[in-house]
Ligand binder design. Structure first.
Ligand SMILES: [Fe+2]
Length: 274
C-alpha cells in the first residue's frame, strides 16, 4: 500500500549545501517539513527541487490540525496540493493531534481524547484531506505528556481504527511510542500489538531528553538504545518500512547522521537474515 523507500534523513537547512552538492551515499531518500517549503519562490523551494532530482522526497506536515474542531484550513490544503503537484512526494504525512482552536494556532502537537467520537471526527476530516489531495496520507502518533480522562481505548487502537476506517496510513514514530509509554506507564510492545502491519507506511526515529520524571520529544540527541531495541521489534513485526531519522536541534555534521542511519540499515538487514 505504501512505497518501501529504504532509509532516509530529515533534511534541515544546515545540510542544504551538502545535499545539493552531489550524491549522498548511505541515504535513500529525504523527508522535509512541509510548511518550510510552501512558499512558491525562494531558496527552500529551489533546494527541494534540486534534491527531488536525485531522491524520493517525503512531505511531513506539522499544521494540518486534523483533530481540531476548527474547520480544515482550505488555503493550507490548496498550498499543499500545489506543492505535491510540483514535487511529486513519495509520501505525505502529518500528526494525529490538534494544534488550533478558535482560529488560533500553536506550535504544539496536542494529543486527542481516545474516544469513538474522536475517531468519527478524524475519519471524516481525513477523508476530506485525501479527496482534496487525491492520495492517501499518513498520520503520526505524537509524543504526549498528558492524557484526557474518559479514554475508551488505547492510543494504538485509536490510530488503528482511524487508519482502517479512513483508509489512510500510519507514520509510526518509534521514539514517540517510547516517550509516551514511559510518560504514561503504557507498555510499548502492547502499543505495537494494536497496530495493523499493512497500514504502517513509514517509521520515524529520533532522540529525546529527560526532564524530571518526563521524557521530552526534543529531537536533539541521537536515537537511544531503548528506541533502537523497539525499532528492531517494529521492523520484525512490520517489515522493512521506509524509515528516517529526525534531528531538529543540536544538529550534527551530515556524515554523523548518515552513520547513525547505518544502525537502522543494520536493524533491517538483521531482520532480513533472521
Ligand atoms: Fe516524528
Amino acid at each position: 500500500m505504501f512505497p518501501r523507500l529504504g532509509l532516509g534523513l530529515g533534511l534541515r537547512p544546515p545540510h542544504f549545501p551538502r545535499v545539493t552538492a552531489g550524491p549522498c551515499p548511505g541515504v535513500d531518500w529525504f523527508e522535509v517539513i512541509t510548511e518550510n517549503f510552501m512558499v512558491a519562490g525562494g531558496n527552500p523551494r529551489r533546494v527541494l527541487r534540486a534534491v527531488r532530482e536525485g531522491y524520493p522526497v517525503v512531505l511531513h506536515g506539522v499544521s494540518l490540525s486534523i483533530g481540531s474542531v476548527d474547520p480544515l484550513d482550505e488555503a493550507y490544503l490548496d498550498a499543499l496540493a500545489t506543492l505535491c503537484a510540483e514535487i511529486e512526494p513519495a509520501i505525505v504525512s502529518d500528526h494525529l493531534c490538534w494544534s488550533s482552536l478558535g482560529g488560533h494556532t500553536v506550535h504544539d502537537l496536542w494529543p486527542l481524547p481516545y474516544t469513538a467520537e474522536v475517531i468519527d471526527h478524524v475519519v471524516a476530516r481525513v477523508a476530506h484531506v485525501q479527496e482534496r489531495l487525491g492520495r492517501r496520507i499518513l498520520l503520526e502518533n505524537p509524543s504526549s505528556y498528558v492524557v484526557f480522562e474518559g479514554g475508551e481505548l488505547g492510543e494504538g487502537e485509536l490510530l488503528a481504527e482511524i487508519a482502517g476506517r479512513a483508509d489512510c496510513g500510519i507514520l509510526l514514530d518509534v521514539n514517540n511510542v517510547w516517550v509516551s509509554c514511559r510518560n504514561h506507564g503504557w507498555d510499548p510492545r502492547r502499543y505495537l500489538d494494536a497496530l495493523p502491519a499493512d497500514r504502517i507506511g513509514q517509521i520515524h526515529l529520533a532522540g529525546h531528553s529527560h526532564e524530571g520524571a518526563l521524557l521530552i520529544d526534543t529531537h536533539d540527541h541521537p536515537v537511544c538504545d531503548d528506541v533502537w531495541a523497539l525499532y528492531g521489534e517494529a521492523v520484525r513485526r512490520f517489515g522493512p518500512v521506509s524509515t528516517c531519522i529526525e534531528r531538529d536541534d543540536r544538529i550534527p555534521p551530515f556524515d554523523e547522521l548518515v552513520a547513525e542511519l547505518q544502525l537502522a540499515r543494520d536493524a533491517v538487514a538483521l531482520r532480513e537474515t533472521a
